[in-house]
Ligand binder design. Sequence first.
Ligand code: SF4
Ligand code: SF4
Ligand code: SF4
Length: 296
Amino acid sequence: MEERKDFSDLEREVIDKGKCALCGGCVTTCRLLDLGYLSMDFSAERPVIGEGLQCPVNCGYCYYQCPRVEKLELREGVEEIYEVVSKDEEIKNACSDGGVVTSLLASALADALVEGAVTVADKEGAMPEVRIAMNKAGLIESAGGTYESAAALTGIADAILNYGLWSVAIVGTPCQMAAYEKMLVVGRSTHNAHNFSSVVRLRVGLFCEGKERDGCKICEDLTGRFSDLSVGSIGSPAGASTVIVHTDFGKEVFESARQWDFIDAKSLDPAGVDLIRQMQKEKKEAGKAEKERRKK
Ligand code: SF4
Ligand code: SF4
Ligand code: SF4
């Protein structure tokens, strides 16, 4: 029988090689998540095992869930691209980014498409905090958080264990969306007891141009292709956001938000579409080139 790999292999093959995206997937799926074995150290830019702790033999859930161990194929699917503004005055006034993500989530909550949303809120002088928002007020409090510096996926376990939710939305960077996709692909037999795969109903990816960290330099996804909806500013004028609909469920959420007057949308101008495609192409090529460079 092939020997199972474990956290030491994840360190050797991914983390120490500068490939870690800091997505938090390994922390979320760690078999001993509830005991706090594994956590993200954003200042050291790596996941770390608690001091003096030893992993159980033949575990390795973290290794097999890492999206940087074996690359997922980016799926092709529905791809409708819109220029969107929020129509909810309270959200618009509270959100400096225009409030489109907050409006989509508020609509999904109001329409009972999800019971809660995992979000990230910035905290002055401290690391961003992963939160569960259950209503519009909660969403507004966490609007505009820095997702690249928070293990947003750990909020899924929080939503299940501490809030008793069975249907949640998760917002995150493209690498966090890829990590969640990997959880679905690898399946329940290799992550801890929490039923992530059936609890996350809606995935909202945020465009990400990050390139400072080592793990970001090999990233090929600009828009979060493993999400139902992705949102960002590229291609749209100031005050509006670009929304890409990737799945049928994303379309349902989007149309519901339009119908209930949370958002106003029109097809994105062809120049905006071209800009997104160009930037996506450049990011993909840069990621691939960096991987090739590291092989040499
Ligand atoms: S999943 Fe298992 S091997 Fe990985 S860190 Fe957790 S306990 Fe250790
Ligand atoms: S890429 Fe994500 S899953 Fe892989 S080691 Fe880094 S934080 Fe963990
Ligand atoms: S560039 Fe963005 S999506 Fe890619 S690994 Fe970095 S934080 Fe994640």
